[in-house]
Design a protein around this ligand. Structure first.
Ligand SMILES: O=C(O)CCC(=O)C(=O)O
Length: 287
């Protein structure tokens, strides 16, 4: 698979993301977290049950053939449609039909991604295999989501208002990260729109005449390997490319400190918070 974004624009001052092996909880909370920079933590996910157990066969056995909601794309970019009330097209599919599709036992002319699916709500049978990393204070924990897909899927450029651990179990992900101070170069949808946390850019096919400032954007380019977890601080922009035939990740979101909302990317969302919370409740509850 080719990813066109490679080497097209400047990198940030942090050229290479730091990898830290199994930091102590205190080291994470006091030093790494407060630096407000992404890091990759190694040696933690590899201890998890989900890391040793989750093959397609195992998931088929535990989850069975139940109906599951998967997102659909014609071009592997799984994006919100700004015209369509904050939705991504999705459809209900039996879990084993979805995993058969991943294993290339079935072909279709559209692409699927089980994207950001609450494990507690949609896959409670997998909860015994999950542990919330100790780095997250229990009272701040929000949700653990499941992501299952295949190489080529793209989650386009956006930021979230929560702290995030993206934990890779199978396959790799290439992640481009842009500091919050790059926002003016990334052409977010307007603050009053339904998707103020998303960029209007398709960064693999930039229309430079329309979006000239993007040429100055700096970013971190990293490859997240299976068994690694990426700390994405709240309000950092990220675009994520799935690689490899089977790609499974869990992400954990937890509440950020209120002072982050006083910074520009936070302020852009403040007036949207009640609507975004309601939207999340609807999504997670499948309303
Ligand atoms: O893994 C992906 O495709 C996207 C992950 C993501 O956007 C997130 O964890 O916030």
């Amino acid at each position: 698979m080719t990813i066109n974004a490679q080497n097209k624009f400047d990198k940030t001052s942090i050229n290479q993301i730091e990898r830290i092996h199994k930091p102590q909880v205190d080291e994470f909370r006091k030093k790494i977290f407060s630096s407000r920079k992404p890091v990759i933590i190694t040696g933690t996910v590899t201890d998890w049950k989900s890391y040793s157990l989750w093959s397609i066969e195992y998931l088929n056995n535990v989850v069975g053939n139940k109906e599951t909601n998967v997102n659909i794309s014609q071009n592997k970019i799984f994006t919100f449609d700004p015209q369509a009330q904050f939705t991504i097209t999705s459809k209900k599919m039996n879990f084993t039909d979805f995993t058969d599709w991943i294993a290339q036992k079935k072909t279709t002319n559209e692409y699927y991604y089980l994207q950001q699916s609450s494990i507690k709500t949609s896959f409670p049978e997998l909860l015994p295999d999950i542990e919330v990393p100790d780095y997250i204070e229990q009272k701040l924990f929000i949700i653990a989501n499941l992501w299952i897909g295949t190489g080529g899927n793209i989650s386009p450029l956006h930021y979230d208002m929560s702290e995030n651990f993206l934990c890779q179990l199978r396959g790799r992900k290439r992640v481009l990260l842009f500091e919050p101070n790059q926002t003016s170069l990334l052409y977010p949808f307007p603050a009053h729109s339904k998707i103020p946390h998303m960029s209007q850019l398709n960064i693999d096919q930039i229309d430079i005449d329309k979006f000239p400032k993007f040429q100055k954007a700096k970013y971190i380019d990293c490859m997240l390997e299976p068994g690694e977890m990426l700390f994405i601080p709240a309000f950092w922009w990220h675009q994520v490319y799935s690689l490899d035939q089977l790609n499974i990740a869990i992400n954990f979101w937890w509440k950020t400190n209120f002072k982050e909302y006083l910074k520009p990317n936070g302020r852009r969302l403040v007036s949207q918070i009640p609507r975004l919370i309601w939207q999340n409740i609807k999504n997670f509850a499948g309303l």
